[in-house]
Structure formats: structure tokens, C-alpha cells
Ligand binder design. Structure first.
Ligand SMILES: [Zn+2]
Ligand SMILES: [Zn+2]
Length: 380
């Protein structure tokens, strides 16, 4: 199952920075590139590096309204205005310098990944900087300015791709992507996430959300309770995601690989470890080959243990894409550990593997939810 793999590296995208103290740090992506490089994965035969250009207003406009794009430019350029109606302000989406340029670069990087796969230059492509799945057509949300996975999908459709499956394993519901393609039968969105109505962000993603008129069944949600552990999460994933994607028969698989599902993540309360990331990456890789002739566009996503978890999670994903998961040494390279510890000012794990945490208190409920969703989705 080999094929060329594109690694999108867009260093300029580090300007996507909400400022000190905000959890979405650019270091998450920079350390991921460092670890991919330190493990030699980007030097494997068939791996190419791809740069990026900012997405044009026209491409952003495939998903976002002109008013929102103009507001983003003006707010990030320091102009005064009523930006809160576009989702900007103190809290999750503070206004930052060159906000439009930053969002357009991240979107451009996901479009570059999609283009590499669309042209056939690569079978799989990875943009670790992407995965900003909460942005809505006319509003920023949940740290997300422009919805790069949705933009990449809309771009693929415009280029003549007929069917796209989107799989989102971030701990938060992929609400922006779901909303954008709610009425679009050519796009299947699947999100598996922590769900606590009325409390846990963004509050949507109930199993009853199935797609709009004319597109019933094109949205699938697997809402898991807090404290779901490795085994129950994987069982839920396996019960729903591969059969639903195979049945849909996409031309391209797009995935959002948020790793804020980790037990140590400060913003959520699932109980996953890197054991699940390894198994999930392997499943997604096989699924891309089985269901989409290998065509796989992967993005990063959430994940707020930026030195301890994110670089390992996404290097594991990239190892699966390059068919190197079984050869990846368990020990992290020393140079990487030193750099990650220097930047974070604390100890980081020295291996990719982690001792599992065993069953979680949410497991029984998670299994029941997954059964119910699988029955509903596969029966219809
Ligand atoms: Zn492959
Ligand atoms: Zn998230």
C-alpha cells in the first residue's frame, strides 16, 4: 500500500497565533514538523514536501460570506467595528494581527494538500496546521477563523470530484464542516466526539443530526460521554466509520485528526492514549485504500498538550500515511526531546507508546451509543 505522500509545510502559517496564553499555539505544528523530520519520515522514498499559498478570496468564498471575509481583514488590520457579530472578541476568538492572512494561509495549505491528491502527485497528503473545523460560513468559532477542511472539500467538488467523505476524530464536534455541507448529498460528514449537551463545546453533534432535506443520512454523529477509554472509543470508531465510509464510496477521504481526545488534554475529558492514535491511523490508512482508491487528505485539528502529545499523535499519523508505522522506533529522538523540553519548560514523554489507562467510567455508555448509531446508520 505504498504511494507518494505529500507533507505540506507552510512555515508562514505560524502567524496563526491568538497570542500568549491562548491554547492554540503555533508550537503544536512546529514541533510536529520537528518530530516528523527527526524520525526521518519525511526523507522516506516517495515523500515530498509541498509549500502553500494563501487561499484567494474566491476560494475562501466557496464556504464563507464576503461580509465575513471583509470583517476578518478589517478586524485583523486593526480597524474598529462591531466584530462580535462575526464571532470575534475576547475569549475563544480574540482578534489578532494579520488574522485574515493567517487563516488564508492555513486554508491554502489544506487546498495544497487536496490539490496534490487531486492531481495525483500524491496519494496521501497531510497539513498539520489545518483542521479548523468550527468556523461557520459567516462567523469565527472555537479558535477557528476560516474552515480549511470545508474549503478543501468545496475546492475538490469544484474541481470535479463527485463524492467526499469527511471523518473528524477531534474531541469536539466538527460542527462547522457539518453545517456547511448539511444540505449536500455529495459530502458525508462523520464526527466522533465528546458530547455533553449544554456544557461541552460546541454543544451540537447529537446522533439525531443526520443531514438536511435532500441530504438525509449525509451527516453521522457518534456522541460519546466523558471518560470514554481507549477500547470503547476504538470499538465505537470501528462500528461506525469504516462501514459508513465504504458504503458511501467516496472519491477522496478527508480527515481531521484532532488529538484533544487524550486523557491529559486540558480542554476535554476523554481518556485516550497514543495506543488509540496508532490504531486509528492504521484504520484510516486502510480505509483510504479500501474505500477511496487511496486518496486521503489529512489535517491536524485540536490538541492542547502541545509538547507532550500533539507532535507524537501526528507523527504517528504521518508514519501510517508513509506505511512506516511498524518501523517507527518507539524512542523519540534525543534532539527532539531536548527541543520540546526547552520550549515547554517541562519534561516530555520519551516514547511514542504509552501504558493504557484501562477501561473508563464512560465505556458502557459509549458502547451503547455506538451500537445505536451503527444500527441507525447502517440500517437506513
Ligand atoms: Zn498508503
Ligand atoms: Zn477540538
Amino acid at each position: 500500500m505504498t504511494g507518494d505522500v505529500a507533507l505540506v509545510r507552510c512555515p508562514e502559517a505560524r502567524i496563526y497565533d491568538h497570542g500568549p496564553g491562548h491554547p492554540l499555539r503555533a508550537d503544536r505544528v512546529l514541533l510536529t514538523w520537528d518530530l516528523i523530520e527527526a524520525t526521518g519520515l519525511d526523507g522516506r522514498p516517495g515523500v515530498t514536501r509541498v509549500g502553500c499559498e494563501p487561499a484567494t478570496d474566491e476560494v475562501l468564498g466557496l464556504v464563507h460570506t464576503p461580509d465575513f471575509i471583509e470583517a476578518t481583514k478589517a478586524a485583523g488590520g486593526g480597524e474598529e467595528g462591531n466584530w462580535s457579530r462575526f464571532g470575534y472578541g475576547p475569549g475563544d476568538n480574540p482578534i489578532f494581527d494579520r488574522m485574515h492572512q493567517a487563516g488564508a494561509l492555513v486554508a491554502g495549505a489544506s487546498v495544497a494538500a487536496a490539490a496534490a491528491v487531486r492531481r495525483g502527485d500524491a496519494l496521501h497528503a497531510f497539513n498539520a496546521a489545518g483542521g479548523l473545523h468550527h468556523a461557520m460560513p459567516a462567523r469565527a468559532s472555537g479558535f477557528c477563523v476560516y474552515d480549511d477542511p470545508a474549503i478543501a472539500i468545496a475546492w475538490l467538488l469544484r474541481e470535479g470530484v463527485e463524492r467526499v467523505a469527511y471523518v473528524d476524530v477531534d474531541v469536539h464536534h466538527g460542527d462547522g464542516v457539518q453545517a456547511i455541507f448539511w444540505d449536500e448529498p455529495r459530502v458525508l460528514t462523520i464526527s466522533i466526539h465528546q458530547y455533553v449537551p449544554g456544557w461541552f463545546f460546541p454543544g451540537t453533534g447529537d446522533a439525531s443530526e443526520r443531514g438536511g432535506p435532500g441530504a438525509e443520512g449525509s451527516a453521522i454523529n457518534v456522541p460519546l460521554p466523558p471518560d470514554t477509554g481507549d477500547d470503547a472509543w476504538l470499538e465505537a470508531f470501528r462500528a461506525v466509520v469504516p462501514p459508513a465510509v465504504e458504503r458511501f464510496g467516496p472519491d477522496v477521504l478527508v480527515t481531521q485528526l484532532g488529538c484533544d481526545t487524550h486523557a491529559s488534554d486540558p480542554l476535554a475529558s476523554l481518556r485516550l492514549t497514543t495506543r488509540t492514535y496508532r490504531a486509528c491511523a492504521r484504520e484510516l490508512h486502510h480505509l483510504a485504500h479500501r474505500a477511496a482508491a487511496g486518496r486521503w487528505v489529512a489535517t491536524g485539528g485540536g490538541g492542547y498538550q502541545w509538547a507532550r502529545v500533539v507532535p507524537r499523535a501526528w507523527t504517528i499519523a504521518f508514519a501510517a500515511m508513509t506505511d512506516a508505522l511498524d518501523e517507527l522506533p518507539d524512542e523519540l529522538p534525543e534532539g527532539f526531546i531536548e527541543e520540546a523540553e526547552r520550549r515547554s519548560g517541562g519534561a516530555v514523554p520519551t516514547t511514542f507508546s504509552e501504558a493504557g489507562l484501562g477501561p473508563g467510567p464512560g465505556d458502557d455508555r459509549a458502547r451503547a451509543v455506538a451500537d445505536e448509531v451503527a444500527r441507525m446508520v447502517l440500517a437506513s
